[in-house]
Design a protein. Sequence first.
Length: 395
Amino acid sequence: MTVRTRVTIIGAGPAGLLLAHLLDRQGIESVVIDSRTREEIETTIRAGILEQGTVEVLSQTGASDRVLTVGQRHEGIDLAFAGEHHRIDFAATTGRAVWLYPQHEALKDLIAARLAAGQDIRFGVRAERVEDPDSDRPRVVATDGDGAPLEIEADWVVGADGSRSVARASISGRHSGAFREYPFAWFGILCEAPPSAEELIYSNSQQGFALISQRSPEVQRMYFQCDPDADPNAMSEAELWDTLQARVPGTTLNQGRIFQRDVLRFRSFVASDLRRGRVVLVGDAAHTVPPTGAKGMNLAVADVVLLADALRAALAGDDAPIDAFPERAQQRIWKAQHFSWWMTSMLHLQPGASDFDRQRQLGELRTVVESEAGRTYLAEAYTGWPLAGVERVLG
Ligand code: DHB
């Protein structure tokens, strides 16, 4: 079967769904496909911190009301090191904030809004490849849930299909780009307990990094630095609590039943080409950041805000914004890469670190927390730089 539309979007994650939503607001039809089921998408646990600009886009375009009612506004974080706690006050330094709202909740809102608007989202449809990217009718060749072939022909194809992107393979080869791997990972848990602190704690400790995050008044998310090959099931609950507690001296963790464990590997990646002809990459298909600082989903939203406007212009005959898209998107991507790398390297224990390395790291942390400029830099980056093109998308 062949389907025709204006924009084919591969991937029903935050980038793909938000793009479909923003295009629809401009009267542009799209088809979204994803190899996963709706349930898988709505229940996979991901990060939970949304920049202020992300929240404004979601709430002011009608994509999510719940982000403001269920989500929790956080006006700072706690940076802990050398047995001390230091608050980074976002409100005082930047007047901005972030929201704690789990990514899968944002996805539920986006899917509900898209389906209510009668949009075409096809779950369980696997993109195999993109054909004719250089023509003005690129085609996505896919297979539906019953194994039947499906072709979607459009004016534009957007690869929002994550780090193992099929669209990227058709642009520049699967792994073409700047890549960096880290010698550690995060062990993540979800537990049934009340929050242990009002705000998130990012802790540099002698045993390694820990992050005390939250999900709701009843459920908490916590992470600790571990070996990339760690087996999530090898440790008992008691060992997990001992490991976490030892890394946040000065705070008593509220413990409770641990009902999910996972190991997140750390990678930095930026695809060498974000566009070929009529095919464009956004979100994790275009870049991966290590999780420290929670830039992943926010960066995807920034890509999409820029792209929605560029596609509107291109479909109206003006190619200048889409021609400028890769360069403009890359500028923010590299700022976010730097921030994520910086937070990671400042907070984690490098395997084999010498006493010099360790003391230098503490000197760096002290430089940040004791300087208004240092606290402001961290707060600006964490709460999110201004979103280019947001006025036209909100307007
Ligand atoms: C969470 C993840 C992050 O990477 C981060 O920096 C803060 C919070 C989270 O999952 O809650």
